[in-house]
Design a protein around this ligand. Sequence first.
Ligand code: GBH
Length: 448
Amino acid sequence: MTRFPDDFLWGAATAAYQIEGSPLADGAGASIWRRFSHDPRLMIAKGDTGEVACDHYRRWHDDVALMKTLGLQAYRFSIAWGRVLPEGTGRINQAGLDFYERLVDELLANGIQPLVTLYHWDLPAALDDRGGWLNRDSADWFADYARVLFDRLDGRVTRWVTINEPWVVADGGYLNGVLAPGHRNMFEAPIVSRNLMRAHGRAVQAYRAGGAHEIGLVVNIEPKQAASDSAADHAAQRRAEAYMNRQYLDPALCGRTPPELAEMYGEAWQDWSPDDLALARQRLDFLGVNYYTRSVVRADDAAFLTRAAPVPQPRSTHMTTGWEVSPQALTDMLVWVRAEYGDIPLYVTENGAAFYDPPRAMNGAIDDPLRVDYLRTHIAAVGEAIARGVDVRGYMLWSLLDNLEWTLGYAQRFGIVHVDFETQARTLKNSAHFYRDVIAGNGALPNG
Ligand code: GBH
């Protein structure tokens, strides 16, 4: 018995700066990630950069063949804004646009549906020089950029994502400074959040004016659980949930912001105008949810910004990133989204895990049992949510390839395909063989 609908979409995901390399090739404009990873004052592990990454910009044809080998039905990738518009606005760079057009055509020729993310964190540096996401005009810049892609690729691309994980952009990029552009400013983060959602809204409006298929938003969600029954821990749980999980879902789907945000931000918070709230709330064809982990939290006044501190779970398995493995929380999250926000079609647009991969065995195999286990239990967790009535339409595994894990560099390996960053050789890990079997059986889980 399989719990997955016949038309369930099985795929894998990547993002431009993490895999492409050649960030300035063929007339592309630099992004904030290129700038950030070359700035010695900033903190990317071991000086890693995206100059070569997986060299996908040059190896895309072989990489599509690899996807075909795995039986992928869909491939979620992102477009580097600066390849298409080197200055971020205005002049189109045909060579950059051609790269993505060739990729889309090659995917379609191999029976793989493209799922395209317009923004996965690589803002053109030229726009950062104009204030980036702090500038209210960013919403129009983004819609103009989106329109270029819709005009060229809608129809061949039938599923679009506006922005990947606005929470990470605002929190990592502007509040905690651990991601590009590396700001640490409590007053900036809520402004950026609002502009990101205004940009999302403008892009969806642009799509409705001519696009004929589906468009949605992707958010990262981590269930927050109170460490005890105390009122203080429950209040901490609500703050943590409002900050990470509701901050973007509430505006996008309900036209409101969670009241806890005003409390946490204090004088740094500004209420959204009715126009901004209305703009952020557009009809969406689907919601994409990225899931990796959960957290258990307790009240702690010293914990910035939420006054909620994570409570370690030493009995659980953890990834090499330190994140706890909890498949149950994936089911809980999907059920929660439906209960709180209604019956919107969902895609799991990212799910996967980083673990140490052992050296190649004598027969050349790369045995990654922890990743296989993670995938087995999390795919089962998606099946469980479907059995409980949640409308999940697809699963995009993160990630197809080992890649640049942002500030953590190349050491964190999320791929089901191993990449040797010296030779660029790709080797299927056992998890890739496992996933191919999952797809072939439409979610029926192989043993072992
Ligand atoms: C995604 O973001 C990105 O879209 C993708 O580019 C990236 O490569 C991938 O995940 C793997 O990182 O420290 O225990 O509190 C991940 C979003 C938000 C997930 C913060 C982990 C912190 C967990 N992340 N979260 S913990």
